[in-house]
Write a protein that binds this ligand. Structure first.
Ligand SMILES: [Zn+2]
Ligand SMILES: [Zn+2]
Length: 257
């Protein structure tokens, strides 16, 4: 079996390891494939922080490492884009750069005039639910954004598909088997399949309050049934994350076959 991690971060965005440190670690751990998917910087005017992410120098460095370690490990120069509905033309232009593949994520949902981060804190999430007029509206808003991102056709992989459940341990806000929820999920999966995009099986959910991989098992099963290709990633941000949850994810993939 090929040992791969398709979702990793370095000092090129909010990760702790320098790109070359990550590559060397992955070689030591006998990975065949390492996809480096640093966060792309935000569009001008969006937020002050994170704007130094994924510089031109970083892009060049990844290309250099890809060449340097060819034969030892297959490095893929990836990226993780944020879907921000008011910044489509900027995103379209930036996504055209020659990455090996592009993840797309909805980390922020716009409610009224403000963008709220989904996974920063429970308090902030509570605020989102209130401002949205209830959890159902917020979740629908999230999946609707995700579908817009998929429809754009600018990306290759949907990252942490159901990150909206991050604070939903013990079904605190909603239950994944409610009709309205399943409908949203199925609609989104169908679109992924239609657009021939891939799905990130993301182990970082086990490190978060939801204590479950993204996406949930039933969603993985349906994705598989639709013929959607699934890529395993740990959303690595530091050395300990490189293999965290990897074996567990592989097991899940085998289970749904
Ligand atoms: Zn992400
Ligand atoms: Zn990530």
């Amino acid at each position: 079996m090929v040992k791969a991690n398709y979702h990793t971060h370095t000092t090129g965005s909010d990760g702790k390891l320098k790109p070359e440190e990550l590559v060397k670690l992955a070689i030591r751990k006998k990975f065949d494939i390492l996809g480096i998917t640093d966060h792309y910087h935000f569009p001008p005017g969006f937020r002050d922080w994170g704007n130094d992410y994924y510089s031109t120098e970083h892009f060049r460095e990844l290309k250099r490492l890809k060449k340097k370690y060819k034969g030892k490990i297959k490095i893929l120069v990836g990226v993780e884009f944020d879907w921000l509905k008011d910044y489509k033309s900027w995103t379209k232009k930036e996504a055209k750069k020659r990455f090996d593949y592009r993840l797309v994520s909805v980390h922020f949902v716009k409610i009224g005039k403000e963008y709220f981060p989904i996974d920063h804190s429970k308090e902030s999430f509570e605020k989102m639910v209130k401002s949205s007029g209830g959890i159902k509206k917020l979740v629908k808003n999230y999946y609707s954004d995700l579908r817009s991102a998929i429809k754009s056709g600018w990306f290759d992989v949907v990252a942490h598909f159901d990150i909206i459940k991050v604070w939903n341990k013990n079904n605190k806000y909603f239950s994944g088997d409610e009709d309205w929820y399943m409908k949203e999920v199925r609609k989104t999966l169908k679109l992924i399949s239609k657009k021939k995009m891939k799905l990130d099986l993301n182990a970082s959910g086990w490190r978060r309050p939801c204590d479950e991989q993204y996406p949930s098992l039933w969603i993985l099963r349906e994705a598989k049934g639709l013929g959607i290709e699934i890529l395993i990633g740990t959303d690595e941000h530091k050395a300990e994350h490189l293999e965290a949850g990897l074996a567990r994810s592989e097991l899940l993939l085998r289970e749904i076959k």
